[in-house]
Structures are given as C-alpha cells and as structure tokens.
Design a protein around this ligand. Structure first.
Ligand code: ADP
Ligand code: ZN
Length: 738
C-alpha cells in the first residue's frame, strides 16, 4: 500500500488534505516539501505536513509534482507550527503560513543574480593589452576598471556608460570572463560599522554570563531570566554568550521588540559579529527578506535577529535564543495565530535542547514567577555598568500645577525649568508622550459633546498639519466642524482638549524658539530611513529635544541625554485592562532608563494626575519587588496570570443584538463542557465596544491550565453554527483585553 501525505494548501483553508504519494516521489518527498496537488478542478500548491499510513477518505488523488528539491520548512519548525495551532486554537494552515515568510513562500521568490566580469591570465600580457588600447579605447577603460578585482556588469555600466559590447568583445578575445553570481540584497548596504571587541565584564555581568554558558553547555538547558536594570549591560552579556555559542559551532536567534529593532540595536550585533548576522524584519523589501532568510537556511548566517517572527528562523543546530525586553507586548501577535514569541521561544528551546535567555529591566510577572518557583534560573544585575547612578525621578502633581496656574499647561514649571537648564548646558532632552496627533478630542464647552468616529467607540483625534479629524482605530478622517455637532447646541466654541505629540511640539517651539526639536511618531517616521536619520542627528548633537511616542521609549542609548520628561503618565494607567499597572510601571522604568547613560547623572520628570498610584511610586523608587508583591496579590485574588491562564473570545458584527445573543448561546454551550475550576465571564461589551462599524462582545475564561479551557472550546467550536453576520476570534493568554 502506498503512503498518504497530509498537505496544507496555499488557500486560506483550515484543514489538512490527504493525497497519495506517487511511487516516483516516494523517496524524494519529505515533511515540509512543496507540492502541486489537484484541488477541485484546479491545481494548487501547498506543503506536506506529515505522512500517514492510511486515510479515512476514499478515492484519494495523487500528488502531481514536487516543487524544488529541498523542503523549505524543516520538520522541527513544522512541529512548532502544529504546537502553535493546537495551543493557540488556530488553524494549522495559518500557523504553517506564519512560520514561513511570504517572501520565501511565493513560488516567484528567487535569488537575484548578476554578471561578474573578471580579468583572465591573458590580460597580463602587456604587449597585447597595449595593442588593444590603441585600437579600442572603451575596452581599455574596462580593463582598467577591472585591474583591482572583479566588478559586476551593472557597476561597470554605472561607471563607464554602455559597456556590454566592449565586455563581449573582450570576452571573445579572451581578456575577461563573465560569470554569474548571486547578489545579496541588503538593506544596510553602504552602511559600515566599526568592529568592536568584547568588553571586560563587571562582576554581575560575569556571573550572568557564567550561568548562561552553563545552560548552553548542558544538554538539557534551563531558561535563564536575566533581570538587569537599564544600563546594566545586558546587551554585552548577550554578545558574549552568543560568542560562546558560535565557538561551539552552534547558531543563535535574537528576538527584539518591533519598536526597538532600531539600527542602533542591529549595529551592536553587526559590529561584533559582522556578516554572520542576518536581519529578519518586515520592513525589508521582499527581495532582502528572501535573501536574509536563505542565508540563515543555508547556514551562511549564524545569528538571526528580528522581531517576533524571527523565532521561526530556519537556524540549524541552534544553541541559544535571546529574547530581549521579554516583557514587551509586541511579542504577542494580535491576529491569528495569536502566539506569544517569548513563549514560543521557550517551547522551541525546550524541544531543540537549546538555551533560552529572557532579558528585561522589568520582567513580566509570568517570567518572574517562573524564576521564583525555580522553573527558570535567575541572574540579577541590579547596578549600572561602571557604578553609573540610576536617574533620579521626580513626580509632578498636575492637579496642584493646575490649581497654581489656573489652567493646564503642557509643561509644568518644573519640567520647563529642567529643559531650560539642559538647553543652557547643551545637554539633551527626551520627552515622551504616548499619543500622536495634536488634540485627542474636540469637546464642546456648553453641552459636553465630543467629536466621535461614526464607526468606532472612540473620539476623533485632531491632526494639525492636515487640519483634519482622524480616527486612530479605523483611520476614517473628516474635516474639523465649524461648531459643536449637537443640533441643539451648535456652539462655535467647540474646542480641542487632550494633548498629542503635535501639540507638545507646537508648545516647545513657542517656549524655546531657538531649540532644535524633532518629533518622532508614526506620523513623522514615514520613510524607510527617517528613523536612522533622526537618531543619527540626535547622536551627533544636532537635536536638543527629541519628542516622541513609545518609539523613543526603548533601547536607545545616548550618553548626553540627561533629562527625560514624561508629559502624561496617566495615559496607560487608565486603560481598562488588568495589566494597566504593570504596563505603566514598565513604560516609566524603560523611559527613565534613557537618562544618564553617560558620565552625567540623569534626571526624570514625570507629570501625572495620580501621583500616588503604586505603579508610579514604584517606578520612582525603583522598587520592582515592592510593586510585584502588591500586583501579585491582586492577580492572585482574581485568578489572573501568573496565577492561571486566560482566554478571551471576541465576537463582532454590525447587528449588536445578534452579536450579544450569539455570545450568550456560545457561552451556554461552553459552560456545559467546562469543569468547575474554569471561570467563564460574559458576554459583555468589550472595552473598545465598537470598531470599524462593528459591535464587539467578549467572553473571558480563566483557569489554572490552558488545556482546561481550550479542549472544551475546540469541542464547541467544531460544530457551533455561527451566523454569517458574526465574526469571532480566540485569544489564548491574551495580553490586552481591548
Ligand atoms: P542594557 O541593555 O542593560 O540597558 P547596555 O548593554 O546598553 O545596557 O549597556 C549600557 C552601556 O554600558 C553601553 O554603552 C555599553 O557599551 C556599556 N557597557 C556594557 N558593559 C560594559 C562593561 N563591562 N564595561 C564597560 N562598559 C560597558
Ligand atoms: Zn473609527
């Protein structure tokens, strides 16, 4: 009996299909092979995900052909995809898709080849060459250009004009050869970095490195949580751990959050390890991505660095995965499969017997409790390198400020004075506000009406450069109304309230007309290189004040920044989310960490309306443990992570009653299958109750173990009849409950 292959096809289908393996392919075909299969009346492409002895389906069709010789997805990565599909309750096909970037998956994806021209031995015959020069000047010029070594044809053309005829003539005469070579497309071409040597480690760093090395060297490594304050030199520890792994002949993956995949971060790895670093990043062109991925696949790059999807890098003989800023929420994918890259990294490390390092100045409560329970090894680095001081944080109570000034200023007098002093001393300032736009809403002073988006349950943000209102959820825009939109009111004094980065920029220009100010948010960083440009200018001292959203909060290391100002610390605090406190604490600590990284002591000024909130106080006093105790108690009472797992099911649709009713029916079905340790809440309107014209309802499940929720959930999902007008999604270990 012939074998049967399970194939996931390239269409958005949530299933594996069985096909017969034809005799002539039975040796060549492997798990991960790309194939062409008959599908209805069409032929489609897909991947083999497994082989089985027999199928429960009759009349199987055979696989038509195999595409390419080597499988693109290795079995270990496919198994990881299967685990993701299972754990996160996502279609296998989506999970398989996720582990293989589209730039690689497309059949049209190819290497780029160029013609390389080089001199032959014949070219050293001086007499012949002299004769050639007299007769054919262009050919002589080509020979000169090649004197220092082979040059590609496009480069020759760029330098000398149309030369292909001359090159062909030279080839005929035997002076040159033309060969083709794969051209590596790279985003950082022309951007050179200076090589660096390993630094002599501080004692805390040395101890951390030792722990990681031990973990790498045992065959059964433990996860190491590297808990080091900002500026404690975590990156140097990663670099030396990686060096150790490379010397053992193994490869590494380094995960960084989306927002800190700055040129600065990548450069630190490139300057230590050079070309063996591959960058896997969604902002590369698809050609660049294709090439970088294949450099890892073929083994010419032994370090892969990138955001969450880099956890699937096809690195063979993996020795170490580093997850930098492991607490970052951008590691969670917000669309199916909703995987958490840190957790996938731990799983991959476990399966491939490779060490995993989770680094952070503010570890997630999950990782910290794993360390406390002894599941992870803990390396603590509570001091900054070279005994540099942690910045001093001052809290400004904006309620008092408002009373004193009789109005709400963007800059409190303390922050104003502090910036003024920096400008006088030509030191630099970073100002942080996690909200773009000019004003967060338009409010009517008479009736209180707010300009809202028609499609979403949020107010519209005013953008000054375009003088329009914009919805930050769905992107809808409209002109600014002349007066209050309430037909009974129509007050023309309809005015802006709430501040965004554009407004802060305006105020700064008016207050400090001579200062050089740059704003960094997704409205200004629209070009591929704008980020690098602004950061270079800031590093070079051409900018005095850098203002921005969370883009500037992480990972930046500028020695002459001595002041960090947080314009409004309350923004993240009042999010309707159980992680709001944790997030605020993390954000403040990270932002504050940008100050005082050089020889000068740093100062941090935080403006807030809730100065005594535990998250804010803990960030001020650098009291991670105190904050943790308090936060953990609250989590324990409610059974929130890390004291259990959480699954959020969101239903949405244009007809509110139908969404609600469907939610209730689903909840009832689910409840029948749940054991008593699972808590089910809802359906209740989601905090973001309406988005893109759809009403949103949530069901929240909490239980000690994920399987207690996902197994019955899959059961119900298998035959639940969803109305066409209701869409749904499942988020296991949801990081945000919006
Ligand atoms: P973190 O990632 O913990 O915030 P970094 O790795 O960015 O810290 O280190 C902060 C600064 O200290 C960097 O400029 C780095 O080059 C420097 N540094 C790190 N380790 C050492 C060391 N052992 N000796 C001297 N300087 C160091
Ligand atoms: Zn909207």
């Amino acid at each position: 009996m012939s074998r049967v292959a399970r194939v996931v096809v390239d269409l958005s289908l949530d299933r594996e299909f069985d096909y017969l393996v034809p005799g002539e392919l039975s040796d060549a075909l492997q798990v991960g092979s790309r194939v062409e299969v008959p599908f209805g009346r069409r032929t489609v492409s897909g991947y083999v995900v497994s082989f089985v002895e027999s199928s429960s389906f009759p009349n199987l069709k055979p696989i038509k052909a195999m595409i390419g010789k080597k499988p693109l997805v290795e079995e270990n990565i496919l198994n990881l995809a299967r685990w993701i599909a299972d754990y996160y309750v996502a279609p296998v096909e989506l999970a398989v898709r996720t582990v293989l970037p589209s730039a690689v998956r497309q059949t049209s994806a190819r290497f780029k080849e160029v013609n390389i021209v080089s001199l032959t031995e014949h070219a050293s015959d001086l007499e012949q060459v002299a004769a050639l020069r007299r007769k054919a000047a262009v050919q002589g010029k080509v020979m000169d250009a090649l004197a220092a070594g082979p040059v590609s044809l496009p480069e020759l053309t760029a330098k000398l004009g149309a030369v292909s005829a001359a090159v062909r003539a030279l080839e005929r005469k035997g002076f040159v050869t033309v060969g083709s070579r794969v051209l590596r497309r790279r985003a950082d071409a022309g951007h050179e970095v200076l090589p660096t040597q390993p630094l002599e480690l501080m004692p805390e760093q040395a101890a951390a490195l030792e722990l990681i090395r031990q973990s790498v060297d045992t065959g059964d490594p433990r996860v190491v949580l590297l808990f080091g304050v900002t500026g404690s030199g975590k990156t140097e520890v990663y670099l030396q751990a990686i060096d150790h792994v490379l010397k053992r002949g193994q490869g590494c993956i380094v995960l960084v959050p989306e927002i800190s995949l700055t040129p600065q971060t990548v450069d630190r790895f490139r300057s230590r390890f050079g070309d063996t670093v591959a960058v896997l990043h969604s902002e590369l062109s698809s050609g660049e991505r294709h090439d970088e991925w294949h450099r890892v696949h073929e083994g010419s790059a032994r370090i892969a660095i990138g955001p969450r999807s880099a956890v699937f890098a096809p690195m063979k003989n993996l020795g170490l995965i580093v997850v930098d800023e492991e607490h970052e929420h951008s590691y969670k994918q917000e669309e199916a499969p909703r995987y958490h890259a840190r957790d996938v990294a731990v799983m991959r490390g476990h399966r491939e017997g490779c060490a995993v390092v989770l680094g952070s100045a503010t570890p997630s409560l999950e990782s910290h409790s794993n360390a406390q329970r002894g599941k992870y090894a803990l390396a603590r680095m509570p001091h900054r390198v070279d005994h540099r001081q942690m910045p001093v944080m001052r809290i400004v109570d904006m309620r008092q400020e408002m009373e004193k000034e009789r109005r709400l200023n963007v800059l409190s007098s303390d922050l104003y004075e502090a910036i003024r002093a920096r400008l006088d001393r030509t030191e630099q300032t970073i100002l942080f506000l996690n909200r773009r736009g000019f004003a967060t809403s338009l409010v009517c002073p008479s009736c209180g009406a707010v300009a809202r988006c028609e499609n979403c349950s949020v107010s519209m943000t005013y953008h000054k450069p375009t003088h329009r209102l914009l919805c930050h959820i769905c992107g809808a825009g409209q002109p600014v109304p002349e007066c209050c939109p309430n037909p009974d009111c129509r007050d023309p004094a309809f005015k802006y309230s709430g501040i965004g980065t554009q407004r802060v920029e305006d105020v700064l220009h008016k207050t400090f007309p001579k200062a050089r100010i740059e704003r960094m948010d997704s409205d200004t960083m629209t070009k591929k290189d704008s980020y690098r440009k602004v950061l270079n200018a800031f590093r070079g001292g051409q900018i005095d004040i850098l203002l921005g959203t969370q883009m500037i909060a992480k990972g930046l290391d500028f020695p002459s920044v001595t002041l960090v100002g947080v314009i409004a610390a309350d923004l993240s605090l009042h999010m309707p989310d159980f992680r709001a406190g944790e997030r605020t604490f993390q954000l403040l600590t990270q932002v504050a960490g940008r100050a005082g990284r050089g020889d000068l002591v740093g100062e941090v000024i935080v403006q807030t309306f809730t100065p005594f909130h535990p998250a804010i106080q803990a960030a001020r006093t650098l009291d991670y443990d105190g904050f943790l105790d308090q936060e953990l108690e609250y989590r324990r009472e409610l059974g929130y992570p890390p004291y259990g797992h959480l699954v959020c099911i969101t239903l949405r649709g244009a007809q509110e009653e139908l969404v609600k009713l469907t939610g209730a029916t689903f909840a009832k079905r689910l409840q029948e299958k749940l054991d008593s340790s699972v808590r089910l809440g809802g359906p209740t309107p989601a905090p973001l109750a309406k988005a893109h014209g759809e009403f949103r309802y949530q069901l929240i499940l909490r239980a000690p173990h994920t399987k207690q929720m996902t197994a019955p959930l899959k059961d119900v999902l298998r035959d639940f009849k969803w109305p066409d007008a209701v869409a749904w999604s499942v988020d296991v270990d949801a990081s945000s409950l919006m």
